[in-house]
Design a protein around this ligand. Structure first.
Ligand code: 9MR
Length: 467
């Protein structure tokens, strides 16, 4: 076993490359075994960060509250290397067939902020409850065809999906009624327009095709297999005319999948497709605290979510990315412990994911004075963002401030671990289970690079603890 000390601020070992400017990672096909998202060096790329942000659903220009400084603060304090950035069909195509390029210009400006701070962007075409004309957000009014059926806003808001007018709007969009094929044509073309505009933007790493698709009146399995799958295929094909490199993320219906059920989505054609389920155990939505019996039930739902996500992803031949996770009520007891446990499920699975959501309010990670609040402190934990092989588990022990990460090596490129300065003021001590390591720490980005050598072991494990 070898031990090395990472000295923050010390120059890198002379024979080793310095940590490069974080690239908008270009990708290669997955590294054997279960597929993972990979970077240009063939390493598993763990994309962690936050959805940004809920409030953009209602702001006049469709932008979230964040400024350039907030993005820099996020990179520094939370160590995000990805953002699931909400974009809205209603702002892209406010009038039928007319794109609002001023809106896309504003998105482009935010992409530059993220790029500058080493944060990759997944553009998420967001919706909840169809669109504003149906009491939700997402679709433009012209694309909201309810046939005069009623819509009453319900509490909790997700019940509004079941209102007759909302169900009808989705039935038209997915082609269940067969009466308005132009709606999906426009949605697909809107994606093509976005890919044409941003496909070569170095900040962009992918597209999330449809936030939490709702089935309308079609039964769930039939909807996912027969309406959603072909709609996704059309979007993928349209995007690929302009963008061959970036990842395309697909989701099943929120109903079911978010609670830990499997999806009935069918395999899709194309490269660099990924499966991006959300995780919201039903108990959490109903306000059950993460304590005692409630905790056991929520943990069972999370375990089921993991098992089903892994099975579905293997069947679909896609890597997994957790597109939304969070605890929706900051007052609920156990909210920090829950999010910490979900982050450890991600560590164990060797996948990335994004918190819902980077809010300015107290459900986000910030205090009013922009320091991290207690949830922000949970999110700001060390994680392996690049793993030089096939992930084989890992966990973060918050009490000991110790991260372990294991993998089956496939490349000599370094592992990269983001270290929060708040937890590692004197740097980190790195121990390898096998062979030796050399390390190099980039103080500016907070990224520790770890090269393993002198080992033929099938699995490597690093332990990273405060010095
Ligand atoms: O947290 C969001 C809440 O404030 C909104 O009222 C609601 C409707 O727009 O959306 C919530 O965010 C949801 C997200 O858009 C989709 N996935 C589930 C999120 C939490 O419910």
């Amino acid at each position: 076993s070898g031990a090395a000390v990472a000295d923050p601020g010390a120059p890198p070992p002379p024979d080793l490359p310095r940590y490069a400017e974080p690239p908008a990672e270009r990708h290669r096909p997955p590294v054997g075994g279960q597929p993972y998202i990979t970077d240009a060096q063939g390493r598993t790329l763990v994309l962690r960060g936050m959805n940004t942000a809920d409030d953009s659903k209602w702001s006049e220009d469709g932008m979230p509250w964040i400024s350039k400084e907030d993005v820099a603060r996020e990179a520094k304090l939370i160590g995000s290397n990805v953002v699931r950035y909400l974009i809205h069909w209603e702002h892209i195509e406010p009038q039928k067939g007319k794109y609002d390029d001023a809106y896309l210009d504003k998105v482009a400006e935010r992409l530059r902020w993220y790029r500058k701070n080493g944060i990759n962007v997944v553009l998420d075409m967001h919706q909840d409850v169809y669109g504003k004309a149906a009491t939700g957000n997402g679709a433009p009014a012209w694309a909201t065809i309810t046939d005069g059926l009623p819509i009453v806003r319900r509490d909790p808001w997700i019940l509004t999906y079941l209102e007759p007018g909302v169900v009808r709007a989705f039935d038209h969009l997915w082609g269940a009624t067969g009466k308005h094929p132009e709606l999906m044509d426009h949605y697909v073309k809107a994606w093509a327009h976005v890919a044409k505009r941003f496909g070569n933007d170095p900040a962009v790493i992918g597209y999330d095709l449809f936030n939490e698709p709702f089935r309308g009146s079609t039964e769930r399995a039939k909807f996912e297999a027969e309406l959603l799958t072909p709609a996704y295929q059309r979007m993928i094909d349209a995007i690929r005319r302009y963008d061959r490199d970036n990842w395309i993320f697909v989701e099943g219906t929120a109903e079911g999948v978010n609670w830990g059920d499997r999806t009935h989505l069918q395999p899709l054609r194309g490269s660099r497709l990924a499966y991006a389920p959300h995780l919201y155990p039903l108990e959490l939505d109903s306000g059950v605290p993460y304590e005692g019996e409630g905790k056991a039930a929520i943990q069972a739902a999370v375990a089921s979510w993991r098992k089903n996500a892994e099975q579905d992803a293997a069947r679909l031949k896609m890597p997994i990315w957790l597109g939304e996770h969070g605890f929706l009520d900051a007052d609920n007891a156990g909210f920090r412990a829950y999010v910490a446990d979900v982050l450890n499920v991600m560590n164990q699975m060797g996948i990335g994911g994004v918190y819902w959501s980077n809010n300015e309010s107290r459900t986000g990670p910030w205090e009013r004075d922009k320091r991290l609040n207690p949830m922000g402190q949970v999110l700001a934990q060390p994680y392996a963002r690049a793993i030089p092989g096939v992930p084989a588990g890992g966990s973060f022990d918050a009490a000991a401030k110790t991260l372990t990460v294991s993998w089956k090596p496939t490349t000599r490129a370094p592992a990269e671990v983001w270290l929060p300065a708040a937890l590692y003021p004197n740097g980190a001590k790195v121990t390898a289970a096998s062979g030796k390591v050399r390390t190099s720490f980039d103080r500016r980005t907070g990224v520790l690079s770890v090269w393993s050598y002198g080992s033929r072991a099938a699995t490597q494990t690093l332990t990273i603890a405060p010095r």
